[in-house]
Design a binder for this molecule. Structure first.
Ligand SMILES: *[C@@H]1O[C@H](CO)[C@@H](O)[C@H](O)[C@H]1NC(C)=O
Ligand SMILES: *[C@@H]1O[C@H](CO)[C@@H](O)[C@H](O)[C@H]1NC(C)=O
Ligand SMILES: *[C@@H]1O[C@H](CO)[C@@H](O)[C@H](O)[C@H]1NC(C)=O
Ligand SMILES: *[C@@H]1O[C@H](CO)[C@@H](O)[C@H](O)[C@H]1NC(C)=O
Length: 486
């Protein structure tokens, strides 16, 4: 089937679920999210040449209208939701650390960031998503406001326009959770006054604000910034009031730190998975056992990892392409990103193997790439999303089934989730690694989803395979017939 037709077919199916407001966690579990830095994704004028010096940390001109004009690009890759930058008005200054093009320096909850467009543009974006059966996730900064200089101008803040709504200033001691929650991020150039979320008036204001925001714009889900800096019970209370799926950020690779948050919120970003997968797969010396150990720990300790956001890149971390340009490794990480436990989240530009390292270099203007679809990862993500969407729609136990990970050798792992068997190596492109995959039915025919090649198990249900760096995704051919993928 032609890719455009697959998209149409899926849009029709997803729209059955997509039309209602207030999407639940279960609704989101079936989705695949494309994360956008609004200022850097697409401009209203459709320019492919407008300059953007990432290092300068200035607004580059991306807009909500620009996103509308490029929804085909996103949907053609099989994504069924987008997550956009915070929408609200930011501090107005050009600081020593640049402009708040990222949206994480809020000043006024009740006004929009006019750099991204008008309120009508935002409404049109949400309507455009919904008419395609796609969800929209809003990024919300609860922890802090922002002001230029060491002493905040509290009067500029709306609605928390007085010092009494904030904790007194102190630098964060990252080894002390009370300090993480009460003290201030930021520095002498941009201060990030820490909102006193223990104050019931503040919590009540946040709840009412989010209820009205979700209702007014028909928001489908929330991404909650900096949850590590807010008491768990408070993030929980606020996200429950909003009554849509919420995914929280706690930037830590330790399951013991992350899992307890899920007792309060629907899901978190799966940072341990991302960190360990990166370490394991960007080089042939990566330790696959360490990766599998942590993945199993997440499954055992967290309430439900299938409601986590499974990601490999974001606006805060160096892109995978800054660690390796080996396309076989990047494809293997794409498979882990889309087909394992959790809701896939792909950071804009990851599909083009962009190479930006730390913030701000990882926030490239995508228009300068021409949205080229000739990078190998575009067909890879398209096929992986199409396959996952097919599994969701065909009603087989997949998204709610936990994956089982097996270390086959120091360079090969096997992942089984439902009837999907994934074989991955960290040996790198063109390195031949022979391995045997077993446990299939006698003589069973299997499709390799990324190439549509067919393999057959022997009498003992075993398949001999010769990996050449690329991932393999195996699925029984008999179940694949109606997929329109292979
Ligand atoms: C930031 O910009 C606002 C509005 O233009 C201005 O009133 C304020 O003085 C500026 N702050 C600093 C520290 O320059
Ligand atoms: C942790 O931080 C809080 C808030 O800054 C402080 O009051 C407390 O003394 C610190 N505890 C320790 C053990 O340092
Ligand atoms: C992708 O297309 C662009 C032009 O659209 C071209 O410059 C580039 O060389 C192509 N890359 C590959 C890998 O084919
Ligand atoms: C991986 O790390 C573990 C310790 O966490 C160690 O026992 C094991 O030998 C390492 N494996 C490889 C292949 O280096």
């Amino acid at each position: 089937m032609h890719p455009q037709l697959i998209v149409l077919f899926l849009a029709t199916l997803f729209s059955v679920f997509g039309s209602s407001a207030a999407a639940s966690a279960a609704d989101w579990r079936s989705r695949s999210i494309y994360q956008i830095v609004t200022d850097r994704f697409s401009r209203s004028d459709g320019s492919y040449t407008s300059p953007c010096d990432t290092n300068a940390r200035q607004y580059c001109g991306g807009t909500w209208r620009g996103i509308i004009n490029k929804l085909d690009y996103i949907q053609n890759m099989g994504f069924t939701a987008i997550w956009i930058s915070p929408i609200i008005k930011q501090l107005p200054n050009n600081t020593y650390e640049g402009e708040p093009y990222h949206g994480y320096w809020p000043e006024n909850l009740y006004a929009l960031n006019s750099n991204f467009g008008t309120e009508q543009d935002l409404i049109d974006l949400i309507t455009a998503c919904h008419s395609r059966g796609m969800y929209l996730m809003l990024d919300i900064v609860i922890n802090h406001f922002a002001s230029m200089g060491e002493t905040p101008n509290y009067e500029a803040f709306v609605p928390f326009s007085h010092e009494r709504f904030f904790h007194p200033p102190c630098p964060i001691d990252w080894g002390n959770q009370t300090s993480i929650e009460n003290c201030w991020m930021g520095d002498g150039f941009v201060s990030l006054p820490d909102i006193n979320t223990e104050d019931p008036v503040v919590v009540d204001t946040w709840k009412k604000y989010l209820v009205s925001l979700v209702d007014k714009y028909k928001i489908d889900g929330l991404r909650l910034d900096a949850c590590r800096n807010i008491p768990k019970s408070v993030s929980g209370e606020i996200s429950r009031a909003a009554n849509v799926y919420s995914q929280g950020e706690v930037w830590d690779r330790d399951p013991n730190i992350i899992c307890p948050y899920q007792e309060y919120m629907d899901g978190m970003h799966n940072y341990p998975f991302k960190e360990l997968a990166t370490d394991a797969f960007v080089s042939s010396t990566g330790n696959l056992t360490d990766f599998v150990t942590v993945v199993h720990q997440m499954q055992a300790q967290c309430k439900d990892v299938t409601l986590f956001g499974t990601f490999m890149e974001n606006h805060d971390n160096p892109r995978l392409g800054s660690f390796t340009t080996d396309i076989a490794r990047l494809k293997s990480l794409a498979v882990l990103n889309i087909l394992t436990d959790g809701i896939p989240v792909v950071y804009y530009g990851q599909e083009l193997a962009l190479t930006g390292s730390n913030d701000p270099m990882n926030r490239e203007a995508l228009w300068l790439t021409g949205y080229s679809t000739n990078n190998t990862l575009v067909p890879t993500f398209t096929a992986l999303n199409a396959f996952r969407n097919f599994l969701v729609m065909s009603g087989v136990q997949f998204i709610t089934t936990l994956a089982t990970y097996t270390v086959v050798s120091s360079s090969v792992i096997r992942v089984q989730k439902g009837n999907v068997v994934i074989v991955l190596t960290n040996s790198g492109k063109d390195v031949v690694t022979n391995t045997v995959v077993d446990g299939f039915g006698e003589g069973m025919e299997l499709v390799e989803v990324l190439t549509c090649g067919v393999l057959q198990a022997d009498d003992a249900g075993r398949v001999q395979i010769s990996l050449t760096g690329d991932p393999m995704v195996l699925y029984p051919k008999s179940l694949m017939t109606r997929s329109r993928i292979c």
